[in-house]
Each structure stands twice: as C-alpha cells, then as structure tokens.
Design a protein around this ligand. Structure first.
Ligand SMILES: *Cc1c(COP(=O)(O)O)cnc(C)c1O
Length: 422
C-alpha cells in the first residue's frame, strides 16, 4: 500500500497534527449527531484513492455515495472550478447566467426532456417533481387528483415531503404529522401497482434501481407497466435518478437501459462531481406546469455549480465513462461472484447495474465487513445489515477493481479466519 507521510498531508491540506486530532473532538461536541461516523478522517483524494490524516491510502468504492462520479479532484474539473471561482460565483436566479443555460441545453440534448429546474440536492429535486405532480394533477383532473404512489423500501430524501414519499417508515415515524396523499406499493409487483393507480393519482414515483433500499433493480416489466398505468390514468411517471443518473448504471440515465421514458427525472448526487447541484427534468405538459412564482431556490444552478456539472458532462463524454461503468461493473460482478464462491457462508448474491452494485451478506455481517474493509484500505458501505454497497467513481479501472477485491478478501478473512470453504 502506498503511504503518504504526515508532512505531505500537512502540505496538501494546511492541517497540522493538532487540527487533525482536534477535529474529532469538535465534531463530537458541536455537530448535531445525525451520522454515525466511520473511524477515518480523509484529508485528500485523487482519482479512486483517498488519503487519511495519518497518511494511509484507501481505494474508494463509494465515491461519497455516488457523488464523486469522475473521481476525486479530476484535473479537468478542478481547473474548471478554479477558473469559474475567480470569475463569478453567484448572482441569483433573478438573472440568467451562461453556465446554467448551457447546462440546461446540454441536459435536454442528452435526454428525452424539454426543461430543467435546478436545485441543490436530491431531496429538492424530488420536491420540485412532487410540486409539479400536484399542480399538474389539480389542473388536469381537479382538486382530488393529488395522489402520489411510491414503492416500499424506496428512498427519496430527508425533507418532510420526501421522507413521506420514502417507503420506509423508520425515516418518517418521528416527524408526524406528514403531508397527506401518499400511498405505497410493494416494489416490482405489477398487480399491486395496477390496484393502486386510479383517476386520483397525480404521479407514480420510482427509482429505476432502489439505492438505499439495497441496490434492487426494477424489472423491465414493472417499469413498462408503470408507464402504461400512468398513461391510462392521466398520471405522471417520475423516475428518481438521484443515484442512478449521470452514467452510474452504464447508460447516461438509467431509464435508457430500460427504454422506458418517464415524464419527469430527478438528478443530484453525481451531477456536480462533488459540488452540490440537483435538477428536475420534465417533458410535455409536466415541463410547462410551473409558472413564475411557483417555485425557486436561491443557490440553485449558480455559475460555480453549473460549471461543475458542465465539466462532469465533458469528462463523461471524453473518457467514455458510461462504457467504462458497464465494462468495469461487469468485471466487478465476475470478481464478486468468485469471492462468493470462495466464501459462501459470508457472501450471497450480487445485484445491480453498471457501477451500482450490492452484495448480499449473510448473518447480518455487512457492517462488520465495512469496518474490516476500512482497516484493509477499502471504502465501501452497507445498506442495512445485509447488503454491501459499491458505488465507485465511474473512472475506476479494472486494475483498481482487482486491487479493491483483494482488499475485500482480506477484510472477509479478517472477520472470519475460517471463512474459506472446506
Ligand atoms: C441520495 C438520494 C436522495 C436524496 O438526495 P440528497 O441530496 O441527500 O437530498 C433522493 N433519492 C435517491 C434515490 C437518493 O439516492
């Protein structure tokens, strides 16, 4: 493992040893305790690698939960941000700015949508979609046409409306009363969806691949049925592509892998490569629903954030990263299946598309493996106790994938020295 000395870290970050150790105490004392922190403090990143305060090197198969889509500190993205930071950061959406207009044009040209609403996060992108759905329903079908159908086990964000849309009660239980008009169906169950949709449905909101819910791809039949049911009942079909979008599944947007075009698509995570930006894209009547005064956001799509997203789109195209996601994703699936064959008491099946992969872990040991992997120089995470989640940068090479799998095997042997079969 390549090591970096503390001097290198200090030079690169301007942090001294004292600040590095103080940060943990400051965090514990003064940051609201909404996260259970992993025991590592990263100070620098390059490509698929992260470096911690002690100068240890890690392979990053999480990329900030699908955010650092082009890897850490990609030189092209860094340069674009440096130039924009010295030119214009922000002026307000009262004025148009070229980077935002350019980004909207490119997103529309690269997709099946006609207009974009910019925001700063995934939850906000879904809020925009829900507001469009409600206004669209009320305008086309009267004041009862406001129902939003989402799937069990889904995840759509942390605002009051998006925890309500999220089909996992643990996220919303303590925050009642919740907005009315949401209902839930089992994912990938066509009959249940058919039974739930009616003339009062404003929208069906689905993730093409459930992310937080454990990397569960929708079946083609399910998304096709959702499209047909939405059309039959005059409802909108919304795909939450906050995690699946921007090349993650091996096509630019996951809906393209299925060939099912929704009316609205929401984006965030990988779009800015690490700079916060979200987007809600719509076509047809959904694209024309919001009028001046209906919605807005102070920071959204400012010149810096839009420049980041424009740079990410450049890199995706120049480096053929959607192809890379498919190729390296397939390679990882093969390697994970080999590990599963070697350690069947520990690992179960592999699920996913492109570089959005989940591995089942037996006996609820997912978090134990995550901790052991961190020790072995590998960053990944767990959704629940039973699934390891891999969301590497789309720039990951097969050599880096192999190196990561060697570290994963080390972690497996660490938690279960007798893990090897026979
Ligand atoms: C992460 C995520 C969100 C929420 O995004 P934030 O930027 O955290 O608000 C919404 N939907 C999906 C599918 C996500 O993966």
């Amino acid at each position: 493992m390549q090591t970096v000395t503390l001097e290198t870290v200090e030079t690169a970050t301007g942090l001294g040893t004292e600040e590095i150790s103080n940060a943990k105490a400051w965090d514990t004392a003064h940051v609201m305790m909404t996260y259970s922190r992993q025991p590592a403090q990263f100070v620098r990143g390059a490509g698929a690698r992260l470096y911690d305060a002690d100068g240890r090197e890690y392979l990053d198969l999480l990329s900030g939960i699908a955010v650092c889509s082009v890897g850490h500190c990609h030189p092209y993205l860094t340069k674009a941000l440096q130039e924009q930071a010295g030119t214009l950061l922000h002026v307000s959406n009262i004025y148009l700015t070229e980077p935002q207009a350019r980004l909207a044009r490119r997103l529309v040209e690269l997709s099946d949508f006609e207009r974009v609403f910019f925001c700063n996060s995934g939850a906000e992108a879904n809020e925009a979609a829900l507001k469009i759905a409600r206004k669209f329903g009320r305008t086309t079908g009267g004041e009862l046409k406001t129902g939003i159908i989402t799937a069990d086990n889904s995840f759509h964000g942390r605002t009051i409306a998006t925890i309500t849309a999220t089909g996992q009660p643990k996220y919303s239980r303590d925050f009642a009363p919740l907005p009315a008009g949401f209902s839930y169906v089992p994912f990938n169950d066509i009959d249940a969806l058919r039974a739930a949709v009616n003339r009062d449905t404003a929208a069906i909101l689905l993730e093409p691949v459930q992310g937080e819910g454990g990397i569960r791809p929708a079946t083609l039949g399910y998304l096709r049925a959702a499209r047909e049911l939405a059309d039959q009942h005059g409802a909108l079909l919304i795909f939450d592509e906050v995690q699946t979008g921007v090349g993650r599944t091996g096509t630019l947007w996951a809906y393209q892998r299925y060939g099912i075009v929704p009316d609205i698509m929401t984006l965030a995570k990988g779009l800015g490569g690490g700079i916060p930006i979200g987007a809600c894209l719509a076509r047809g009547a959904a694209a024309e629903t919001l009028k001046p005064g209906d919605h807005g956001s102070t920071f959204a799509g400012n010149p810096l954030a839009a420049t980041a997203a424009n740079a990410v789109l450049d890199i995706l195209a120049d480096e053929h990263l959607t192809d890379n996601a498919r190729r390296v994703g397939a390679h990882l699936i093969t390697r994970l299946a080999e590990l599963q064959g070697k350690y069947p008491q520990i690992l179960g099946g592999v699920r996913g598309l492109g570089l959005m992969l989940g591995i089942e872990v037996r006996n609820g040991a997912a978090r134990k493996i995550v901790a052991a992997a961190l020790e072995a120089g590998l960053v990944l995470n767990a959704t629940g106790d039973d699934t390891l989640r891999l969301l590497p940068p789309l720039t990951l090479t097969t050599a880096e994938a192999d190196e990561a799998m060697a570290r994963l095997e080390k972690a497996i042997l660490e938690i279960s020295p007798e893990g090897r079969k026979g």
